[in-house]
Design a protein around this ligand. Structure first.
Ligand SMILES: NC(=O)c1ccc[n+]([C@@H]2O[C@H](COP(=O)([O-])OP(=O)(O)OC[C@H]3O[C@@H](n4cnc5c(N)ncnc54)[C@H](OP(=O)(O)O)[C@@H]3O)[C@@H](O)[C@H]2O)c1
Length: 345
């Protein structure tokens, strides 16, 4: 393509608080990439839990409507702005974008790009972009669980949960994972011991499987159950809270449930009980942009290497064309999928 020719992207737009059917499709001429930016021809994007919150106006850092959703993407560099090494042209890259990934092309800061190893399928790579960074950082940077430890992963069949489970198993850590019974075989196949998260005896069963408690509990559900998660943490262990799925449909200010959660975690962390309580936020520290980007690049590069050498198996729940993003959202919200739904441009 002629480098001066305009690039038109097909984008999925979230116009306001709508049902999945209310997503719109538009064509938009993209500006040329500015200094330090690239234009990526998107091959695959993904459906994350964040979009379920965003379409309800319930995401903690809710973008203003209308916007193009899409938390991460994989594609090829098609144009580079000034200051970007032209050798990047044509290379396959991944990026965590928070929004904007549900498009056939996107402008991305070159510092946000992470090379995808040769030979890795782009849809498979896509399953571990935001999920891989989140899971890796929670396990190895926050909880710092050692080989031989035991962890509890809530939602072990989900995008983050299935990646976290595999990373932990790879590191020699025993995993107990909650999931609906329909996903128990899938969770077992990842090397974890499944328990039903709707079972009224859930926490007793979790305790029975590890009577001395857990070295870490990873909780994206929040709500009243966070106290039970905390009680399951053994001395010297850590609670890593990273979401509030339980309050997705609660009316009112989207920040209040998270702020209440922060206060609780802070209190537990300060109390002299020999345990740690954290809220993990992927975007923490992003104001120190270069350091933030370097850390993300390091961690995702490590995860990609594990995918490339077969230590991690991509959990592709479904491959759906970008134009059918509404169907992809409905499927994501159906509670029937194991792994990550990817959107192919
Ligand atoms: N803090 C951060 O920086 C950060 C970064 C990335 C993701 N996250 C959070 O990570 C979570 C997972 O994201 P994802 O994209 O992996 O989502 P996903 O693929 O949709 O998976 C969600 C998982 O949670 C389970 N689940 C849903 N509601 C539940 C409930 N009330 N109790 C127990 N389990 C429940 C689902 O089980 P079923 O399939 O059986 O319904 C599924 O296993 C989200 O809450 C997201 O906000 C946080």
């Amino acid at each position: 393509m002629n480098a001066t020719q305009a690039v038109t992207a097909t984008e999925i737009v979230l116009p306001g608080v709508v049902e999945p059917a209310g997503l719109q499709i538009r064509d938009r001429e993209l500006p040329a990439p500015g200094p330090g930016q690239v234009l990526v021809r998107v091959e695959v994007s993904g459906v994350s839990f964040a979009e379920q919150q965003m379409r309800r106006g319930k995401y903690y850092d809710q973008p203003a409507f209308p916007f193009v959703p899409g938390y991460d993407l994989v594609g090829r560099v098609e144009r580079v702005g000034s200051g970007v090494d032209p050798r990047r042209l044509g290379t396959r890259v991944a990026a965590v974008t928070k929004i904007g990934g549900w498009a056939t092309a996107a402008i991305v800061d070159a510092g946000d790009l992470v090379p995808v190893p040769d030979g890795v399928d782009p849809a498979e790579a896509e399953t571990v972009v935001v999920n891989g960074v989140t899971a890796w950082q929670m396990l190895h940077r926050i909880a710092r669980v050692r080989s031989g430890g035991t962890i509890l992963v809530l939602g072990a069949n989900g995008g983050v949960g299935s990646t976290l489970t595999q990373l932990a198993r790879h590191a020699g850590i025993r995993v107990v994972g909650t999931a609906s019974p329909r996903h128990h075989d899938a969770v077992r196949a990842l090397g974890a011991e499944p328990i039903d998260y709707r079972d009224p005896q859930l926490y007793r069963r979790a305790r029975d499987l590890s009577p001395d408690g857990y070295d870490a509990v990873f909780d994206h559900v929040g709500g009243a159950g966070i106290l039970e998660s905390w009680r399951l943490v053994r001395r010297g262990g850590a609670l890593v809270s990273y979401g509030s799925a339980a309050t997705r449909d609660v009316a009112g200010n989207s920040r209040l449930p998270i702020l209440g959660l922060f206060a609780r975690l802070l209190w537990w962390n300060l109390a002299p009980n020999g345990r740690r309580a954290h809220f993990y936020n992927l975007w923490a520290g992003r104001r120190r942009r270069a350091a933030f980007q370097a850390k993300l690049r390091d961690d995702l590069t490590t995860v990609f290497a594990l995918l490339a050498d077969g230590s991690l198996t991509a959990q592709v729940a479904a491959r759906i064309p970008l134009r059918d993003a509404a169907a992809a959202m409905r499927l994501a919200e159906s509670g029937t999928v194991a792994g990550k739904i990817v959107l192919t441009a």
